[in-house]
Design a protein around this ligand. Structure first.
Ligand SMILES: Nc1nc2c(c(=O)[nH]1)N[C@H]1C(S)=C(S)[C@@H](COP(=O)(O)OP(=O)(O)OC[C@H]3O[C@@H](n4cnc5c(=O)[nH]c(N)nc54)[C@H](O)[C@@H]3O)O[C@H]1N2
Ligand SMILES: Nc1nc2c(c(=O)[nH]1)N[C@H]1C(S)=C(S)[C@@H](COP(=O)(O)OP(=O)(O)OC[C@H]3O[C@@H](n4cnc5c(=O)[nH]c(N)nc54)[C@H](O)[C@@H]3O)O[C@H]1N2
Ligand code: SF4
Ligand SMILES: [Mo]
Length: 730
């Protein structure tokens, strides 16, 4: 039963996943160390995965003292006992021979990558004295934190105790911020993570460049497989025939950057043919008439001319969506910072879901719940004298979260006030932020750059001090209280010891606070005192949590039809088809389409996405995942390839519109992509020499993203606006 369902799950991922074998368990035998085992026999430790931020519940097995394998925790509602291929290969993070081993202090110019090993005390004393100097000269707000993932929690606490409000993650401005803004403006609530999409119950699933099956977010991929088995209709709009497209009844090879026209065309059909959910719109909608007037000109014929699709296919797919409503889910996507109009495109996605009546309904968007676990009773943080630096005068009025790129800009300009110290935790800013040159320019203005990482990444190469963290398999963490269908609490706990002098984030944050004379902000001695306090104050058993890894809460109603009150936290208290707050701020109250800018003649728009076996730029040096995929390739339309006299396997370099040239990359000539764009997986083309396994392999998308367009509503940085030509590699 278990093996069967796992196979079904794997079937919809790409071919390379077959390397996992039927059991889905990768043996880590080939990297096992020789030597006498500390403990013999087999033991298991429940924890949760950190290879991406889905945080699947997992159970790790240790055999004869050695980390052996990791599998899904059947109690966990996210993983349901099955990890994705990356999670299964996660054990490789522990074995990676390129790991950072001890704290390092820079001994030459910034960026020259020359270091001396120091003790933790030396490193933290150095950091604390630089921080105190910045505080005296500029104020504590001039130290900022960049972090990604749950591991940043304690460092954020230390920075707040120090007096800085400035912290940001790339998951907002570089990822899902525009989407949450678009949905909040419409429904008064965002989507969160995991997204509140009820994929498994959808009768019709519409994916607009959400390439599920390559984008491996575990629960979503499992639910997608379930929906496909139940014969849900799948509609995919993507310039590239993705893995998801291969499951689709309707595949729409939309011209890149024109999705808003497609959405407006679809909505025109739903309204003009009165196929929308009239009761729902009447009960909950605000400004519907103004909305209808605005979209009156957006006929399928008009949308067809913009998108390169046929008017007939636009009509047919809109009717298909209407047939299955309200169980039609137009997926909001996740990395939606594509063209600079992304919050408005996301708002259009929210609006079409509103027309279909899917928000709050089964097979659409459910209402998540979260287990109530009290915060630890810390002393209050000091008053902050200066407001956050990243969005002065609310330049981006609908940014609900801090902007990484806003902090970077303040670091370059010194406005509205200077930023002189950066803490960078688990985010490779050189690869995550657009325009590497700007990131480096900001770094050159700093008095202190601390990077906390597990491997010598690109950003670590620019640091003044590098702190080596233990991997997720070697540490405790903040509790995981995911908002989901069923509320739960999950624990991460060490499976094995850190192999060298690596330390967990909580230890680093606490020790640094002590060095900054802020020890009273950590009234607990050990992380387990902290975790136990929180869990027991919620009336739960800490021993049970450690033993099971997960404690489930009671199910709450999920849908309006089950008793969830239909409440919309918008100014009108309703679903805003027409948005006065957008109009007042000088933006389109109903999304309006403008065509994307074209590239130079003869160039291709550069698109990118995910591979099932890698996460961003953080897994290429993992020996197990590297073995499954060690470089990326460039998808190029087969007819175009013939014209250029290129064939699959030929190596080319990309040159972008600003003359930046990439590493060599192999061509994949295929009919599965439009002729006006090329596509590659993000994360390869590492330039950090310490990443010996992966250095120089494949091409880097981040290097090619010299241009970006900022979303005027919320400050997201759109990156699908770069164009490349190809040069053969000699
Ligand atoms: N060009 C381009 N840019 C992008 C994207 C893209 O597709 N293309 N995607 C965007 C999106 S959607 C996102 S969410 C962001 C992701 O942005 P990031 O989260 O910054 O992604 P990574 O580049 O993988 O950097 C992660 C870093 O964390 C380190 N790390 C891994 N595990 C640990 C750990 O346990 N502890 C510590 N301390 N460090 C660890 C890794 O070694 C690596 O240096 O990037 C965004 N930027
Ligand atoms: N295996 C794996 N899974 C992951 C991650 C990972 O690193 N590895 N990262 C996770 C994270 S943080 C995120 S944000 C998500 C990102 O995953 P998604 O949000 O699903 O997708 P993107 O990476 O933005 O988009 C890639 C797809 O959009 C298509 N596309 C490009 N331009 C256009 C366009 O103009 N219109 C349309 N309709 N389609 C277009 C591309 O061809 C590609 O198929 O993945 C998550 N899942
Ligand atoms: S989706 Fe995969 S990599 Fe992400 S947490 Fe789950 S198992 Fe780990
Ligand atoms: Mo993301």
């Amino acid at each position: 039963m278990h093996a069967l369902s796992r196979r079904r799950f794997l079937k919809i991922s790409a071919g390379s996943v077959a390397a996992l074998g039927a059991s889905g368990v990768i043996s880590s035998g080939f990297v096992r160390r020789a030597g006498v085992a500390a403990d013999s026999g087999t033991r298991t430790v429940p924890t949760f995965c950190d290879i991406c931020f889905w945080k699947c519940g997992a159970i790790a097995t240790v055999r004869d003292g050695q980390l052996w394998k990791i599998e899904g925790n059947p109690l966990d509602p996210l993983s349901r006992g099955r990890l994705c291929p990356r999670g299964t290969g996660g054990v490789g993070a522990h074995w990676d021979r390129d790991r950072l081993r001890t704290p390092l202090l820079r001994v030459s110019e910034r960026g020259e990558d020359q270091w001396k090993a120091v003790t933790w005390d030396e490193a933290l004393d150095h950091i604390a004295s630089r921080m105190k100097k910045i505080k005296t000269e500029h104020g504590p707000e001039s130290v900022a934190l960049f972090s990604h993932g749950i591991g940043g929690t304690f460092l954020k606490h230390t920075l707040r105790a120090f007096g800085s409000p400035n912290s940001a993650a790339p998951s907002f401005a570089q990822c899902r911020g525009p989407r949450d803004t678009g949905f909040e403006l419409t429904f008064g609530d965002g989507l969160g993570s995991p997204e509140r999409t009820d994929i498994e119950n959808a009768r019709c699933l519409v994916l607009i460049g959400s390439h599920l099956g390559e984008n491996m977010h575990n629960t979503q991929v499992q639910e997608f497989a379930t929906a496909v088995q139940r014969n849900a209709t799948v509609i995919v709009a993507d310039p590239r025939f993705s893995v998801a497209a291969s499951k689709a009844k309707h595949y729409l090879p939309v011209k890149p950057g024109t999705d808003l026209a497609l959405l407006l065309g679809w909505m025109h059909v739903l309204v003009s043919e009165r196929l929308y959910d009239t009761d729902y719109v009447e009960a909950y909608g605000h400004g519907f008439e103004e909305f209808c007037a605005e979209i009156a000109a957006c006929t399928p014929e008009w949308a067809a001319a913009e998108t390169g699709l046929s008017a007939e296919s636009i009509r047919e797919t809109a009717r298909e969506m209407a047939r299955h409503r309200p169980a039609t889910l137009v997926h909001p996507g996740r990395r939606v910072n594509w063209y600079g109009n992304d919050a408005q495109r996301s708002r259009a996605i929210a609006l079409i879901n509103a027309l279909l009546g899917s928000w709050g309904r089964k097979g659409g968007f459910y209402t998540p719940s979260i287990l109530s676990v009290p915060d630890y009773p810390y002393p209050p943080y000091p008053e902050v004298a200066k407001a956050k630096v990243d969005n002065p005068n609310k330049r981006y009025p609908f940014a609900k979260d801090s902007l990484t790129t806003g902090i970077r800009e303040a670091t370059i300009t010194g406005q509205p006030y200077p930023i002189k110290g950066w803490f960078v935790y688990a985010t490779n800013l050189i690869n995550a932020l657009p325009n590497q040159e700007e990131t480096i320019r900001a770094i050159q203005n700093l008095d202190l750059l601390v990077v906390i990482d597990v491997v010598p990444s690109e950003i670590a190469g620019w640091a003044d001090v590098v702190l080596p963290e233990s991997t997720y398999l070697e540490r405790f963490e903040e509790l995981h209280l995911g908002p989901f269908k069923q509320p739960f609490v999950g624990i991460r706990q060490p499976v094995v010891d850190a192999p060298h002098d690596q330390k967990p984030n909580w230890w680093i944050a606490k020790r640094l606070a002590e060095k900054l004379d802020l020890g009273h902000f950590y009234p607990w001695d050990d992380i387990e005192d902290y975790l136990r306090w929180r869990v027991e104050d919620a009336g739960l058993s800490y021993a049970e949590l450690k033993q099971k890894g997960i404690i489930l809460g009671d199910m709450e109603p999920l849908y309006f039809e089950d008793g969830v009150p239909p409440e919309f936290d918008t100014p009108s208290g309703k679903i805003e088809f027409y948005s006065e707050q957008l109009a007042e701020a000088g933006f389109d109250p109903v999304p309006r389409y403008t065509p994307p800018e074209e590239g130079p003649p003869g160039s291709f728009r550069l698109l990118f996405g995910r591979a099932p076996v890698h996460t961003f730029s953080r897994t290429q040096s993992n020996p197990l995942l590297n073995e499954m995929m060690d470089e990326n390739e460039l998808w190029l339309n087969a007819a175009v390839a013939r014209q250029l006299q290129l064939k699959s396997g030929d190596r080319v370099r990309l040159r972008n519109q600003d003359g930046v040239t990439s590493n060599g990359i192999r061509v994949k000539a295929t009919n599965r992509i439009r002729p006006d764009c090329v596509y590659m997986v993000h994360g390869f083309g590492h330039t950090a020499k310490g990443l010996r396994q992966t250095f120089g392999k494949g091409a880097s998308t981040a290097q090619m993203v010299t241009r970006y367009k900022v979303d005027p509503l919320m400050g997201g940085t759109a990156v699908n606006v770069n164009f490349v030509t190809l040069e053969t590699e000699n």
